[in-house]
Design a protein around this ligand. Sequence first.
Ligand code: SIN
Ligand code: FE2
Length: 206
Amino acid sequence: MTSKFEFPDGFRLLPEYFSRAAQEKLLENVRHGVGIAPLYRAVMPRTGQPLSVRGSNFGPLGWISEKAGYRYSPSHPVTNKPWPVLPDILLELWNAVSGWPEPPEACLINYYDAKARLGLHVDADENAKHAPIVSVSLGATALYRLGGHARDNPTRSLRLSSGDVVVLGGDARRCYHGIDRIYPDTSTLLPKSGRINLTMRVVGRA
Ligand code: SIN
Ligand code: FE2
């Protein structure tokens, strides 16, 4: 039997959802946020190996990765201060595209330099397993890989450009995904071929 990739229900790519002017406004919000909650390099559970992306968060909760595991935390692991509030422009995006009645509680800010990548994974640390995930890409173009519910399912590669929005709802919510590479010199929004991904999640009660 040959198996081929089929886009899961609930996957949406909204290319160039944000205009250049809106991307600049978002970037201003991110710069303000990381001024309060600096980007830091998290480590992988168990191995303690550093991730190649650097991260921070907006919102009442933030996703963190540490030797003990992954978790949502109300405070930054280095400064121990609360995360900055979610900018209105991101809440407006959530309201426009998520179709979900509750607001997101966490927005992970991931910063990729030209060499960073993110291995295939499922976002599975939330109790709200059915609430969609909405993400925005800013800066350099990335090669995004989308798979199925099992790690060895067929995958499809897509390019995500600055201003693009991805929604993982429905079946897509449980699909493997990751970033295989960053394409240098593909955007003038950020210096040094940097890329930022903002990922909003509802965490829900334990
Ligand atoms: C993620 O899955 O957490 C980030 C995806 C991306 O960088 O586009
Ligand atoms: Fe993810």
